[in-house]
Design a protein around this ligand. Structure first.
Ligand SMILES: [Ca+2]
Length: 130
């Protein structure tokens, strides 16, 4: 497409403007994804980040699906705040964490959690207890 054609066509300019707007939106979406990628936790079978472990980057309704139901004893928090719950689907006792938990005994939840999910916002320390 020549420059002359673009100048002479209003609809072409509108198409270009729309494409540029969409490209901008795509960039914003990529940045949002990058931010979320930093919000991860690593769950460990034993205290002090030992034993079997796996990375969790989003909501897990039921840790049984990951083979980690009622076995987690420590958690590394790489970003964000996370709600961890005693039962599947975020039921039972839940606690919000935003820092490493070296021993889940300290939260009274050793070998108990069955679901985990990121939460919006940041309470700046240990979260509320439901
Ligand atoms: Ca449980």
């Amino acid at each position: 497409m020549g420059v002359k054609t673009m100048v002479n066509s209003t609809s072409t300019w509108l198409r270009i403007a729309r494409a540029a707007a969409l490209a901008g939106a795509a960039v914003l979406a990529d940045q949002a994804i990058a931010r979320d990628a930093a919000a991860q936790v690593e769950i460990y079978q034993h205290s002090h980040f030992r034993g079997r472990h796996t990375t969790v980057g989003g909501a897990v309704n039921n840790l049984t699906d990951y083979g980690y139901n009622d076995v987690v004893s420590s958690i590394r928090v790489y970003g964000g705040s996370w709600e961890i719950c005693e039962h599947a689907y975020f039921r039972g006792r839940c606690v919000v964490i935003n820092r490493d938990v070296t021993d889940m005994v300290n939260l009274g939840m050793n070998d108990q959690i069955s679901s985990i999910r990121p939460v919006r916002g940041n309470w700046g320390g240990w979260g509320r207890v439901k």
